[in-house]
Design a protein around this ligand. Sequence first.
Ligand code: ATP
Length: 491
Amino acid sequence: MNATTQMNDAILQVDHLSMKFGGLVAIGDLSFTARRGEITALIGPNGAGKTTVFNCITGFYKPSEGMITLNRADGSTYLLERLPNHEIPARAKVARTFQNIRLFSGMTLLENLLVAQHNKLMKASGYTVLGLFGFSGYRKASAESMELARHWLEKADLVDRADDPAGDLPYGAQRRLEIARAMCTGPELLCLDEPAAGLNPKESAALNELLMDIKHNTGTSILLIEHDMSVVMQISDHVVVLEYGRKISDGNPQSVRTDPRVIAAYLGVDDEEVETVLTEVGDEDVIEQLDIGPDAAHGPGTSSSYLAGPVTDTVGHSDGERVTVSKGASKAAQVDARAATVVSKPVAKPAAPAKPAAKAAPKKTAAKAPAAKAEGISNRLAAPRGGKADNLTRIKGIGTVNEKKLNEHGIFHFDQIGAWKKADVEAAEAYLAFDGRIAREEWVKQAKLLGRGKDTEFSRRVDAGKVATSHASAKTTGAAKPVSGKRGGGK
Ligand SMILES: Nc1ncnc2c1ncn2[C@@H]1O[C@H](COP(=O)(O)OP(=O)(O)OP(=O)(O)O)[C@@H](O)[C@H]1O
């Protein structure tokens, strides 16, 4: 298909999608459209439900409710939630990559790309050994497969390494190889799960180039989960923002990045992440805007998706315990609440100019709840045992700022968090203004494992320097030494 044809019609339509895991609603009544020929980004804080959406689209999960429609360029339509998952790549032409690289590391780059075309080659062989040797159809398909593999190796700037084992490639090159492999299947929709995670700036730029090339020169549309805001803002045509499984914003990058609900959702994560997001979106005025109430153009109250109704006020803990999430858990909802206050009680604001007025606002962030006392946590210590605290940032969900806060209130070790009961969790959540998140992110379970000297997938990423940490090395328990690195989603 010519990449310029059929632009802007919907290739993917997600309607009222819900996915429940026991008592936990991971996605609640989500609707959005990905348009043909565009790059659509799905963003949101950790645990927002992004990967679950991908898993529903690609058939790994069957959604609890809703419809996912894939419109192919030839006019055929597939309801993905009804299609057996092995048919989704072949018939609906949806390909995906994963957060964790899944290449055949012992095979060469070329072999990886040929294996991706296995189905096409088998079909051409007539599924017989004789067919492999005798049919001209097979020989033709085989030559075409080689040509396609070579094409994508070139596009991914990997042709020089075609005969090297995939496992020998640097991380960023492996990411590009995964995308090249997915492209060898001829997808109409390419779903990429955090392709920029762990990449250095040069690798990130090479990735952007590859994705823009795909967008401009193939008929493939891209759906992207990404935490790296520089990637999202640079290459996306359309951004959908999730928080707690609900859509809180949907629009072009510019409108989304100045949407107070989006900023607030990220403010609800932790200060480290907020800093990253704000630096990357580069707009201090957005923070100030929160102090004077949302901008009517982007503010809450107009998003039908956000008003889709309550999803849940209870989350399930993996050990069976159910924890109630306060309605204030959604930082976006807090902005909405502020908006209501602002509407009913107008803020004295000079008519013009608007910006200087915003700048005059105090520089505190409205989305942050006042810190409660941490006294309710039962097992606080006066000082770290042996004078050395554990690296608590190895727990997914604890950034450097919250680690510091925990330390200041006598929490230094994994086993302390591992021993928390529900009341301790609630006290810590109130103290960190992190309603419901400690339970959702299973800090206690992670801490138990880490306290026993085991690793989690996230702690391994911290150890590998792929996630910013306050500690020089993951297992180091000593003094803080900042390590730069992109923040990772941590799966
Ligand atoms: N198979 C599952 N069983 C139970 N709960 C699940 C399952 N998969 C996801 N969840 C839960 O659903 C919620 C959304 O998870 P999901 O992985 O989709 O979030 P995410 O936005 O992709 O997060 P991240 O940015 O950390 O990758 C989380 O609370 C998660 O614990």
